[in-house]
Design a binder for this molecule. Sequence first.
Ligand SMILES: [Fe+2]
Length: 241
Amino acid sequence: MNDARDGLRDVGDSSASSLAPSVFLVKVERGVMKNNNYVVRDPSTAQAVLVDPAWEIETLQETLERTQSHLSGILVTHTHSDHIDLARPLAEFYNCPIWMSREEAAFSGFQSRHLIAIDERPWRVGAMRIEPILTPGHTPGCVCFLIGDNLFTGDVLFAEGCGICFELDEAHAMYDSLQMLKTRVPADTHVFPGHTYIRPPGQKLGDIMRYNIYLQFTDRDSFAAYRLRKGQGGPKVLDFR
Ligand SMILES: [Fe+2]
């Protein structure tokens, strides 16, 4: 797996059509925290979107330059600071929209003249069809984005787990969201999460469904009991200022 620091290349499916969107992984860090940012580029127009930009603006700008991408907008899966930190400065610099779910915008109070609050209606950037899929649980307005056969999941679904929840209703919502993804998204879709723990980004959903314990539950309460078990803390971060 290469990234923006050790030889940038498309991390998408090499067998895919040359017209399929290209996915470029950009690993960013702040202290002990590590995030995956993604540039998703339409090869036919060079238009691109950035997913959850945070922390390293120069790295992201260099990636856009090296991939000869024209930034057409920013996709925000949710408003935790490690996913939205650079949305506003980049939107100002490139004069492009920030797409976020209507629920997340209302929940967070995020404001920007570039903000476009979305529902589940798809839209296009160049030839890329961007399909938002509402997946509440980690936050009330979490959204995943399906672009071609690539699903960007933020903190909803990781290869080995799912995002933290703090309350019973949040865990129930997360269960419903994960169950919905399992049936709605094709199994050969590549999953690109906001964080990597063991397996690299781009695992197929069908494979994740076999080894991710959070996708094995068959009822909300069992899932919630496991998701809310002790020792699963972590900061409840909501700071985009
Ligand atoms: Fe988060």
